[in-house]
Structure formats: C-alpha cells, structure tokens
Design a protein around this ligand. Structure first.
Ligand SMILES: Nc1nc2c([nH]c(=O)n2[C@@H]2O[C@H](COP(=O)(O)OP(=O)(O)OP(=O)(O)O)[C@@H](O)[C@H]2O)c(=O)[nH]1
Ligand SMILES: [Mg+2]
Length: 330
C-alpha cells in the first residue's frame, strides 16, 4: 500500500474540563462534521497568530458558553489522519464561569476518568485518555545478571537481595508500572527472582510485565513486554486480552506491528544518549514526535531520560518516561 503524507497541517487545542467531583466533560461531534458521532474534549482549531490559551478560551466560549481559565498542559499529541496532520494540545481547565451547554447542538456528558475509555473517541484522544489514567513512569529493572556477574554463594545471594530491596524502595517512591528484565542472568535464578519481584510489586499494587517471556508471564500471572525482535514472531496477541502487553520499538514499522498485536503501550527510543552508550546519538524529541504520529497507543520515551524530561516527553506526545537508572532507587 502506498502512502502519501497529507500536507494539511492543523493545530488544535482542547480542554480537559474537570468538575468538583473529578468528572470530565466530553462533547459529541455532530453528525455532519469530521469524525461525527465520536466523543471529544471540547476545543477547536488555533487561528493563525493566535496563542494556544486564547484559542482554547475562545473555543470554550463559542462551543459551551463558558469563560474558562486555561490551566496546565496534559499532553500534546501529534497524529496523522488520512486527510491531515494534527497536533492536539490538551490543557486542564478546572476554573470557569457559566454553565457548559452545547451551543452548537452537540451532546455533553460528565464522565468519571476511569470510564473515559468506554466512549468512542478520535485516534488522537487515545494518548490523552492514557495520560489522564495511566502511570507517567515505567520502571525497567536493572539487569541482575550484570549486577551479579562473577559472584557466587553468599555474595550472589546478598547482591540479589540488594536488588529486591532497591525494587522495594523504588515502589515506595511511587512507581506503579514495572518491567522485570534481566537478560544476562541465569534463567532459573532469574525466574525465581522475578517471582519475588512480582510479590513485591503486588503488595505495592504495581502492574508488572516480564521481559520477553510469555510462558514465565503466564506462570506468574503478569503481563509481557516483548523485545523489538519478537514483534515479527507473533501474528496474534501472545497473551489474553486482559493481560498487559507492551513492546520495545525503534522504528515506525515496529510501532505499527505493536499496535496490530494489540499492545497496551510501548516504549520508543533511544531518545537521548544513554550512560551505557554515551557516544551513540539519541533520536531526539522531534523524531520521537514524528514517529508517534503514525500510531495512537500510549508511548513511553526511553533512553537517557529521567524525571526532569517529563515535560518534554508530554510536549512531544509521550505518555511519560521509561527508564532503568532514571527511576531506580539503587
Ligand atoms: N476539539 C477536539 N478536536 C479533536 C479532538 N480529537 C481530535 O482528533 N480532534 C480533531 O481536531 C480537529 C479540530 O476540529 P474542530 O472541528 O473541533 O475545530 P473547530 O472547533 O475549530 O471547528 P470548525 O472546524 O467547525 O471551525 C478535528 O479534525 C477533530 O477531529 C478532541 O478531543 N477535541
Ligand atoms: Mg470544536
């Protein structure tokens, strides 16, 4: 299938309008318009020369009849549609005057955040809903095989226990999505250690995925994170629909393959040079955003990033950051 890139570039701003009960306002696109019938966050196109804040305040007045104070950024999503290239800049709105009403005949609904995914929305809104619902940090555990290389007996046991202790501290610091990954560890030891790690994550109510091994994941009752070279191995989702599935991606083709397999989220990088490969350039944020627009599942930026990169990540359409060193309380 040949692909011609659409040339029309559209900048849109939308508001996550939250009421005192934490519900969020959705509007239904009217039948005649683009993507008619789908639910969306109220907003519209930014006029040439207009600021994002002014555009959102103007749109919310035109569409809902409210005078809104535009708040903090949620996420900016670059998204390719068949007929245009969109950036959807989404802002929180928690203060406004007036009662929202559908001034253009559109239906309105106040929806609790956890129910947002029940409404059919345009592709660009999937990362927005994920940004509102899911963790902004995805921890990848340090390779215990590397940490314990050359050790045996009591020393090996102590190093493994230190790794579990560090995981516990990391969870206590608020991490709630974890990939257990130890590619160079002895497989049997690594499986035993993964079981202990899963216990720790469960008691902290954190979601766990194991790297590369659907069988181990099934035994432990957790999700799977596929390596990029595994993406072409599977034709169908390798785990049940209710089991978390993620993947590591470096190219648009891999992102598309991950979306086809039904991945819940992926990591994409390396965005920056990493401590282990300081000489290798990262792809940078612009390239990250340019790749992200081809798919709409949530994507974590990985490679040389840490908490300080969160705003850049969200500004380029990322769910947040994935990291080993950047998140580990070692
Ligand atoms: N407002 C809004 N637009 C969205 C969302 N998600 C999304 O893909 N879009 C797309 O962004 C574009 C914005 O369109 P709009 O129709 O709201 O623009 P507008 O209010 O200025 O209306 P107009 O085109 O009649 O002047 C549409 O192509 C729409 O499909 C969303 O959550 N909110
Ligand atoms: Mg609109």
């Amino acid at each position: 299938m040949s692909e011609t890139a659409p040339t029309r570039f559209v900048r849109v701003v939308a508001g996550v309008i939250g009421d005192a009960r934490g519900r969020i306002l959705l509007a239904q696109r009217t039948g005649a318009s683009d993507l008619g019938g789908l639910w969306e966050f109220p907003g519209g196109k930014i006029d040439p020369g207009e600021s994002t804040e002014h555009a959102l305040a103007r749109e919310l007045d035109e569409e809902l009849g409210i005078h809104a104070e535009v708040g903090e950024a949620v996420i900016t999503v670059p998204q390719l549609y068949p007929d245009k290239r969109l950036t959807l800049d989404v802002r929180h709105v928690t203060r406004w005057q007036g009662n929202p009403r559908g001034r253009e005949g559109q239906a309105l609904l106040w929806v609790p955040p956890r129910k947002l995914a029940l409404y059919r929305m345009p592709p660009a809104d999937r990362p927005v809903v994920a940004a509102l619902q899911q963790p902004d940090r995805y921890l990848v555990t340090p390779d215990v095989g590397q940490l314990t290389a050359g050790l045996s007996g009591a020393e090996l046991e102590a190093a493994e226990q230190a790794w579990l202790d560090a995981l516990e501290r990391t969870l206590a610091a608020g991490i709630c999505r974890v990939q257990v990954r130890s590619p160079t560890a002895d497989p049997q030891r690594s499986a035993r250690l993964a079981a202990s790690a899963v216990e720790l994550c469960r008691s902290a109510s954190a979601e766990v995925l194991v790297n590369g091994d659907p069988e181990l994941a099934a035994r432990l009752g957790v999700g799977v994170h596929l390596r990029s070279d595994q993406l072409c191995v599977y034709f169908d989702r390798p785990v049940g629909a209710d089991v978390p599935l993620a993947a590591s991606c470096h190219t648009v083709d891999e992102l598309r393959a991950a979306e086809r397999l039904g991945c819940n989220f992926v990591v994409l990088g390396n965005v920056k040079p990493t401590a282990s490969h300081p000489a290798r350039d990262g792809i940078g944020w612009e390239a990250f955003a340019a790749m992200r627009e081809h798919v709409s599942m949530p994507i974590y930026a990985i490679g040389g990033v840490g908490i300080d990169d969160m705003d850049d990540a969200r500004a380029h359409g990322a769910q947040g950051i994935a990291a080993i060193r950047g998140l580990w309380a070692g």
